[in-house]
Write a protein that binds this ligand. Structure first.
Ligand code: NAD
Length: 250
């Protein structure tokens, strides 16, 4: 594994209790960062902390990203534990229930937007002022290739991730002269529990579109996010990086 230097950096990873977020946290700890895992699932957070603590300093915050006050409390708890925040990885997200757009329950549409799009906005709202004060920051937003292409039976998810791409581009421009760099990653399919939320038909459809003919691994996502979170990533902001096994998008 090539070493990426995150020594003395402090990272928040939302949705860090499992899946891609857990792999990102592990990679960052191995690279020298202290990590605060934010997740709504307190039991999974405890398990992740027990597993990862041998690698470095791990703190956890139980948070509901749909609530700005919950996010503000988590940010305060992170600063209390580490004294600063250098890196924010907006990773938490849900797939939602697959359905045709016109058959999607409006409440399900709102739920997906609240977690996938409002969540990253709430986190940026709470954390960017601290980064501005410190004069340093790296923000990585986990969007999805669905946000660029659209996916049938997943308009809510696709629209929420398109919103994350636009949030990334807008914030990147706003912070371009502030030494705070903002980028997005657009994975195709990465093997995690999120796949359990999808129908087999939907999974087969997505696999059929990946030239490498396989799904990605969590560690492959973590490697890209770790680089985007490091000082080595210094002249690219508001950019979107495909993680898609050759699935080409604009
Ligand atoms: P996952 O389901 O394994 O983990 C998501 C985590 O987010 C969970 O620990 C969950 O408890 C947490 N979470 C959910 N709602 C929350 C809330 N309201 N507040 C705080 N935490 C909450 O998912 P994953 O597969 O690891 O996906 C991570 C990210 O990558 C998501 O944004 C997802 O949309 C994106 N993504 C995943 C894939 C894939 O194939 N796995 C593809 C493209 C994009």
């Amino acid at each position: 594994m090539n070493q990426i230097d995150l020594k003395d950096r402090v990272a928040i990873v939302t949705g860090g209790a499992r899946g891609i977020g857990h792999a990102i946290a592990e990679r960052m700890l191995r690279s020298g960062a202290g990590v605060c895992l934010w997740d709504i699932d307190a039991a999974a957070l405890d398990a992740a902390k027990a597993e990862l603590s041998a690698l470095g300093k791990v703190h956890t915050a139980t948070v509901d990203l749909t609530s700005i006050s919950s996010v503000e409390s988590a940010a305060a708890s992170t600063i209390g534990a580490f004294g600063k925040i250098d890196i924010l990885v907006n990773n938490a997200g849900i797939a939602g229930t697959n359905a045709k757009t016109w058959e999607t329950d409006p409440a399900e549409w709102q739920r997906v937007m609240a977690i996938n799009l409002n969540g990253p906005f709430h986190c940026c709202h709470a954390v960017v002022p601290h980064m501005l004060k410190n004069g340093y920051g790296r923000i990585v937003n986990i969007a999805s290739i669905a946000g660029k292409e659209g996916n049938p039976n997943a308009a809510h998810y696709s629209a929420s991730k398109a919103g994350v791409v636009a949030l990334t581009k807008s914030l990147g421009k706003e912070l371009a002269t502030s030494n705070i760099i903002v980028n997005a990653v657009t994975p195709a399919v990465i093997e995690t529990d999120i796949l359990k939320q999808l129908t087999q038909q939907h999974i087969d459809y997505m696999l059929s579109k990946i030239p490498m003919n396989r799904f990605g691994k969590k560690e492959e996502a973590a490697a890209l996010v770790a680089w985007l979170s490091s000082e080595d990533c210094s002249f690219t902001t508001g950019a979107v990086f495909d993680l898609s096994g050759g699935r080409a998008t604009y």
